[in-house]
Ligand binder design. Structure first.
Ligand SMILES: NC(=O)C1=CN([C@@H]2O[C@H](COP(=O)(O)OP(=O)(O)OC[C@H]3O[C@@H](n4cnc5c(N)ncnc54)[C@H](OP(=O)(O)O)[C@@H]3O)[C@@H](O)[C@H]2O)C=CC1
Ligand SMILES: O=CCCC(=O)O
Length: 360
């Protein structure tokens, strides 16, 4: 038996507390593999904090039985801003990952980390037990799942398809029906959290669909996320995600108005950001994006075109149940203006530029 001792020291008490909680084998392994990337397949045999006064954590790992620990072959389709770090976390944790992306070059960094490659979603699905998909929008999610050489063509009983893209309920139901027609299982699992949480394995999964697939997928969701919600039937995860992003899009539009108004009346918008951060409307989003917005910088974490897509889909959801959403409708118009100004691929905080536009 080969034992690997991992020692992680930190003098940050918060960090210690989070690590002191019982770790799942996958989480522990994920942490271990970031220190020992070549030890794929190592199985944690114990994980315990010691010397709390120095916030030191020790995990002992064994290479025995490694094949029993993560036997599943995992596919990952869509390696954009979110998909790449998510797949990377699976690879770093020792999973057997096969990737595909429309633009093949985005597969290369993952292949260098140990991923396998297949030239179509169909071939990925055929060679894997569980396939995750992280695609731009409803059209691409349907195309990759149900189109020619799509994942469904490679699915069969015993396999599972987990769509983590942000789409609307009807799209998710359509994909679910096509996947289930092959005898395979379907789970929708859109995520809350952006580029950095994806890199840090701290996403929030909003899942719905087949419960047994949810349970099978859980260890993999835990490698990519900090929490997961199971919300029942297909469509509920999509709806929860759209409501969250509907609120976020309106918050950002309102924040943009406040920054510009403060400046116009002679206040320093940087101080506004500071004031907000200490009060009841404090939100990590304002503290993270505000300082760049004041400098008219919008480094992309969440592309503006995707935020507008989510507002559009949320408005459709509201329409389907006759729920008035006038604030969201107004915010959506601003994002549309920002898109027309060529800001689609900037961060969604660039919506502030729409308010700087001269009235036509
Ligand atoms: N960025 C964020 O903060 C978050 C995003 N999301 C959601 O996650 C999803 C992905 O977002 P993100 O990674 O940021 O987006 P990106 O735009 O970075 O990536 C989109 C992915 O979809 C692929 N794609 C687009 N169109 C097609 C098509 N027609 N056929 C096949 N593949 C296609 C792209 O392939 P290619 O590389 O070839 O262009 C790429 O892999 C979206 O639904 C978004 O709303 C959810 C939470 C946070
Ligand atoms: O869909 C994108 C969500 C971005 C976030 O939650 O920060």
């Amino acid at each position: 038996m080969v034992k690997i001792l991992m020692v992680r020291a930190s003098y940050n008490p918060n960090l210690y507390l989070s690590y002191a909680a019982p770790l799942s084998p996958q989480k522990a392994m994920s942490m271990c593999s970031s220190f020992f990337p070549v030890q794929f397949g190592a199985k944690p045999i114990s994980c315990s904090p010691i010397k709390p006064q120095f916030c030191v954590q020790v995990a002992a790992f064994s290479s025995q039985e490694s094949k029993d620990e993560l036997p599943t072959r995992v596919g990952f389709l869509g390696l954009g801003i979110m998909g790449s770090p998510m797949a990377q976390n699976l690879i770093r944790a020792g999973c057997d990952v096969t990737v595909w992306n429309r633009t093949k070059s985005k597969c290369d960094p993952l292949i260098s980390l140990g991923a396998k490659y297949k030239p179509s979603p169909e071939e990925v699905a055929a060679s894997c037990d569980i396939t995750f998909a992280m695609l731009a929008d409803p059209e691409s999610a349907v195309d990759v799942a149900c189109g020619k050489q799509g994942a469904a063509s490679g699915m069969s009983p015993g396999k599972g398809y987990v769509d983590v893209s942000t789409v609307d309920g009807p799209t998710s139901s359509l994909i679910s029906a096509r996947i289930q027609s092959t005898g395979a299982l379907f789970l929708e699992a859109p995520v809350s959290g952006s580029k950095k949480p994806a890199e840090d394995g701290k996403l929030i999964f909003l899942t719905a669909g087949d419960k047994s697939l949810y349970e099978t997928a859980a260890p993999y969701l835990d490698l990519m996320g900090k929490s997961r919600f199971y919300l029942g039937e297909v469509g509920n995860g999509a709806a929860m995600k759209l409501v969250v992003n509907m609120i976020m899009g309106s918050m950002m539009a309102s924040f943009s108005e406040g920054l510009l108004l403060s400046e116009k009346v002679g206040l320093d918008p940087s101080i506004l950001v500071e004031v907000i951060s200490q009060g009841a409307i404090s939100a990590p989003m304002y503290s993270m994006k505000g300082p760049s917005m004041v400098k008219s910088l919008y480094p992309t974490a969440f592309p503006l075109k995707h935020q507008q897509k989510d507002l559009r889909l949320a408005l459709g959801l509201a329409e389907s149940v006759s729920q008035p959403t006038p604030v969201t409708a107004a915010a959506n118009e601003l994002y549309k203006v920002a898109k027309s100004k060529g800001l689609s691929d900037d961060d969604f905080s660039a919506v502030i530029e729409a308010l700087k536009a001269k009235l036509q």
